[in-house]
Structure formats: structure tokens, C-alpha cells
Design a binder for this molecule. Sequence first.
Ligand SMILES: [Zn+2]
Length: 422
Amino acid sequence: MKPRNKFQKQVVAANRKLPRITDAQIKWAYKNCIEHIGQKTAKGLITCLECNHQWTDTREKEHCICPNCKTKLRVVETRKRSFLDYEYLCIVTTCETFQVLRFVYVECKMKKGEAPRYFNMEVVQRWIAPNGKYVTMAKLRPMGFFRQDWNWSSDLEIRPERSLYNIHPTEVYPRQKLIPEVQRSGYNKQFFDLTPFDVFSFLIGNSKAETLLKTGQTELFRYFAYHSKRDMNDYWASIRICLRNGYIIKNISEWTDYIDLLRFFGKDLHNAKYICPKNLKAEHDKYVQKKREVYRQQHKEEQRKRALEKEKLFHEMKSRFFGIEFTDGLIHIRVLESVDEIMKEGDIMHHCVFTNNYHLKPDSLILSAYTEDKRLETIELSLSELKVLQCRGLCNENTEYHDRILKLVNQNIPLIRKQLAA
Ligand SMILES: [Zn+2]
């Protein structure tokens, strides 16, 4: 890809001044990145695939040192005679004002009885400017699973940003050159399982990263370097409270989640009482519960709103029965005459007469049985069969008046039949 803007042109120009990878660096990579093999037979004869020296050692050992060439070997008991290993070395250097990360592919083909064949090629460079802007120069890499190889003959040139260039190297070359912005950032050659690019781009592009590193908040550093899309600014005010109180956050995702919950409930995000809980998990879980309750409530409200919108429909369907009521002197029974009334009945009786929308079924008529001082049961009547479908009291339990209520309804079925015919 040709450089398209000023920044990319600047990088391409600087790249020409970059020195070649030295023989010493490559030698170091061959020694430290490649896994050298000591092939062992069932009888304990070990062959160093680096120098082909052979000796016998029957002890069970995962690693050993070749007595001849002093290479550290992984002992593999196998009849296999050839091995391949490929790894990446990262070289941290500078060029003009840029911090540059250079990634070298190193490969070793080992075969018993033959000299090992080594190969290396620089495949990726990440260029990071002091303001945090970056650009990637790389060789082409064919897509597909299980493809470790690169298009060796392609040029190292500007490439669109892709995650496959964010290489996790086997080793980082110990001698590093740093731009002043990194030197004063507190960088101490630690990577916290992050890729070098994630560490450097975070450190250079964000002054807050420096604060996290210097105050020992490595978990926060790791989290925000990795989740570069999650905006640290959303949490920064609260993070500063933690720093001031010496509060070390151990479970970051739980903590950020917890801060989001506090924000949702309008809590003071500058108050250590909330921000630095002794038992993070307990507080977190408490607010999760609370939020669930809010959602439940909201859901209920929405249901109510929708139900009230059905008022007109309900009226059209059932108004011919409105006004029907009867009593045996103690128990009164009447037709419920609005969605609102039915909702209230459901709320007070804690049953599902409203939530299940019985009142909107064409075949259902909902009545309420009560005495002078309390509600007794709610009745669902089938209009086609003119019989009680269900009759339930508080929390769906029957009351002591249950049978009496049924009897009273059945006695007054003619009132309803009359309205049906009207
Ligand atoms: Zn050897």
C-alpha cells in the first residue's frame, strides 16, 4: 500500500533510516526463541538436534543441556526424526521521534543426522509517534488457519491495521531503545501478558496509563490496555479515588461493572464509600439485584400502559355486562368494568387475572366477589358455556366462602344470559 497521508509518508521516510537487524540479534533469537530438541530413543539414547552429539541418559527429564554444544534442549522421547519450530522475536527500538517495535520471524528445521536449518525474516514493524498515533508496516500474510508463513517476497510496506499484526512474541530482545515519552512513563520491561504493541501504544497514547503503572495498578493497566475500546475516561474520576485511598482493584471487570451500576443509580462517583468497597463482590451483587428489580418494575409499568391502551377494546367487548351485580346479603358479586379495575384486583389479590389478559379473551367475563369490608375471590366465567372457569382468592388460594360464591354465581347465570341475548 502506498503511503496516503503525511503521517504515513513520514513513517516510510523514517523506515529507510532504520538499521538492519544485527547478526547478534538473530543469533540471540535462535538461541532464546527456538525450542531446541533432544531426541530420545526408548533405550535412552539422546541426540542433540543442534549438533548431533549423542549420549545416553535414562533418567526422566523434561529438559537437559547438551554436554557438547551446551544448548538447552527439550527432551522428547519419540521415533520422529524431524522437527520444525517457528517463533517471533520483538526488538524494541527508536527511529527519529518514533517508538518502533520490530518483529522477526525465526524458524528452525531440525533433522536427526543433519545440521539444523535456520531462517529469519523481519515481518512486521509498528511505528508509534509520541502523540500515540501509529502505523503498521508489514509483509503480506496469507489468510487461513494453520498458516504460520508469510509471503516472503512481498515488501515490508504500509498495511491496513489488522489484529494479525498484533504479534505476541516468544521473546523481547533485552537491549531496548526507548523514546523519552516511554522512558519517563514508568515502563519497566514488563508486559503483563499483553502484546508489546498493546503496552507501548497504551503508554504513549494515554497519560493516564503512566499513572496506573507508577501507582502499581497493574490490573487496571492490563485491563484498559487490552480493552482499548472501553473508554478509561468513564472511570477515571473513580480510579483517582482508588489511587488516593490506596485501594487496589483486583477484579477489574467486576469493578467497572459495579461503577456502571453506581452511575445508573446516580451514586456519587467521587465518594470512596461507594468506590472502594471492602467486599466488592457483595456490593456488586447487591446492585445487580437492584437493577434487576428496576427492570422488573419498568416491565410491569410498560405492561400496565399497554393494558390501559386496551381499555377501549375491553369496553367494546364487555360493556353490555357492566352493571351486573348480585348479593346473598353477605357476599356481593359484580362485573369488573375497566382494565384499571381488573389491574387493581390483580394487584390486591396477588394473582394473574390481569397479567394473563383473561379480561381480553372474548369468552371471558371477570367478576369480583367481596363483602362489605374485603375482597374475597376473583371469578372468570366462560360466556359460551356460562360456567365458572376459575374462582380464586388471595394468591390463588380459595377462601372459606369459595363454595358459597360458586353457588351465588350459578344462581345468577340468567342475568348474564339475558345480557348475552340483548
Ligand atoms: Zn549439542
